[in-house]
Design a protein around this ligand. Structure first.
Ligand SMILES: Nc1nc2c(ncn2[C@@H]2O[C@@H]3COP(=O)(O)O[C@H]4[C@@H](O)[C@H](n5cnc6c(=O)[nH]c(N)nc65)O[C@@H]4COP(=O)(O)O[C@H]3[C@H]2O)c(=O)[nH]1
Ligand SMILES: Nc1nc2c(ncn2[C@@H]2O[C@@H]3COP(=O)(O)O[C@H]4[C@@H](O)[C@H](n5cnc6c(=O)[nH]c(N)nc65)O[C@@H]4COP(=O)(O)O[C@H]3[C@H]2O)c(=O)[nH]1
Lengths: 252, 150
């Protein structure tokens, strides 16, 4: 009879130096890395290599196996998946994957958005942002395209709620939560969600529509383009501008 | 639209659960076939992390239009279908002990489960598409944003 998986875990738990148990656990759960790599890659520009993501993710899997505490009532896969994803994003960040110049331009755009939001008492248009930074309208749209590519890797999440690292509720996670059946459990997450919904209501019509259709209805950008009568790339820019406006508003 | 949304949510959750099992099976197929290749090619069976990465990094890829709500969690495998039960068998943990024909047998089983799931998934994509078409049609006809539902 082949050894049960629970017995291999038991063996590894008793002796973390048991190489055979360790190798069998890594082999058994390695396909999880392929699952996470596929999903993480779906949120990144096509230039990211699947094999690179898998190699970063494997580090996260091994760390999850070594740290997994069987006394906790959670399934290993549930424990491991956030760590596999986390190590992929950490490696991409460490690679300085988003060029500094791109990040600097993104920060400049966010500063212009902050300044104009307070002087105009509303969100600025793309043309007003261009005038503020003294660049062409196309340059603003290029920066919005770049921020879409950066989103899960380099954009600092400004909405911090708790004091320690673990409590931070990221804007993108809160947005993603909008479509979920049961809203966030923690009360801080609930407050952030409330503030986010108020901010969404204050967006201009078309941006509010893109945010609700994307995060609440779960439509693809292409389908939203079809509803609004614009191209998919234009929807992507409208989406990036809306997320920037929300990000800056939530940072207050 | 409330009823339409709940049907859409159910179909998407089902698609999510099936995709989770399917992608895990893709990983298993890569590792099992790579093991056979290694044994036949005299590369021995040292299962280094690099070899695993090489085996898992392959396979077709390419993204289908950005969509939100692609969850990143282990789906609860309901085991409703045989194909899902395959996932609960930990055969990869016993890979070092398996003979070549055991592995070939296993590959056949996992690949047929993968095909079964992919077919189910294709049908679900068609269902999701038609439900989304219907909801999008209502928005084109002036449906208001459900701000009170956020
Ligand atoms: N062992 C293994 N088998 C794999 C892998 N990926 C796909 N397959 C299987 O091989 C069939 C053909 O895949 P394809 O050439 O990429 O052709 C695919 C692809 O072009 C497209 N497709 C399906 N799902 C997705 C998806 O989630 N994203 C993208 N971008 N395309 C998809 O539809 C075609 C048909 O898909 P299916 O009916 O599901 O049929 C798939 C599936 O049964 C893998 O990594 N490992
Ligand atoms: N409603 C609906 N949902 C869809 C459709 N196609 C894919 N999805 C869902 O969207 C997720 C992301 O797809 P992706 O961006 O193409 O990203 C995919 C793609 O890059 C790759 N992939 C998966 N299956 C295949 C395949 O058969 N062929 C190819 N070429 N790539 C695949 O792995 C990534 C993750 O796959 P999953 O975990 O299965 O996660 C998929 C799946 O749950 C569709 O036509 N309609």
């Amino acid at each position: 009879m082949p050894e049960e998986l629970a017995d291999i875990w038991e063996r590894f738990f008793k002796n973390p130096r048991d190489q055979d148990a360790r190798e069998r656990l890594i082999l058994n759960y390695a396909p999880l890395v392929k699952f996470v790599a596929g999903r993480v890659r779906a949120a990144l520009p096509p230039s990211v290599d699947q094999a690179d993501l898998v190699s970063y993710g494997m580090l996260g899997l091994i760390e999850a196996i070594e740290r997994f505490d069987r006394k906790r009532e959670v399934k290993f896969e549930t424990f491991a998946i956030p760590r596999i994803r986390g190590s992929m994003l950490d490696e991409l960040r460490a690679l300085d994957w988003v060029p500094r110049s791109v990040r600097a331009k993104g920060r400049e755009l966010a500063q212009a958005m902050t300044k104009l939001q307070s002087t105009l008492r509303r969100d600025p248009t793309e043309e007003e942002l261009a005038a503020e930074l003294n660049v062409a309208l196309d340059e603003i749209r290029d920066r919005l395209d770049a921020s879409a590519a950066m989103s899960i890797v380099a954009l600092e999440d400004i909405t911090t709620v708790g004091s320690e690292e673990g409590d931070r509720v990221s804007l993108l996670d809160t947005l993603a939560d909008l479509g979920a059946e049961q809203p966030g459990e923690a009360i801080e997450a609930e407050e952030t969600r409330r503030a986010l919904i108020e901010s969404i209501e204050s967006l201009v019509d078309r941006e509010r529509k893109v945010i609700v259709l994307y995060y609440f209805e779960g439509f693809t950008l292409a389908r939203i383009g079809d509803i609004l009568g614009v191209t998919e790339s234009r929807v992507s820019q409208i989406h990036s501008k809306a997320v920037l406006a929300l990000r800056v508003r939530m940072a207050e | 639209p409330g009823e339409l949304r709940s049907r859409l949510r159910d179909a998407r959750e089902e698609e999510d659960a099936i995709s989770y099992v399917r992608r895990n099976l893709h990983g298993r197929i890569s590792l099992l076939s790579d093991e056979l290749l290694a044994r036949r090619g005299g590369r021995g069976t040292s299962r280094s992390v690099d070899a695993l990465v090489g085996a898992l990094g392959d396979g077709p890829s390419g993204c289908r239009g950005a969509r939100q709500g692609v969850a990143l969690r282990a789906s609860e495998v309901a085991g409703r279908r045989g194909a899902e039960r395959v996932l609960s068998e930990a055969h990869l943990a016993h890979l070092p002990d398996l003979g070549d024909d055991d592995i070939e047998h296993l590959l056949e089983r996992v690949e047929s489960s993968e095909h079964e799931l992919s077919e189910l998934r294709r049908r679900l994509h068609a269902v999701i598409d038609s439900l989304e078409d219907e909801l999008a049609g209502r928005y084109k006809n002036g449906l208001e944003l459900p701000l009170e539902r956020l």
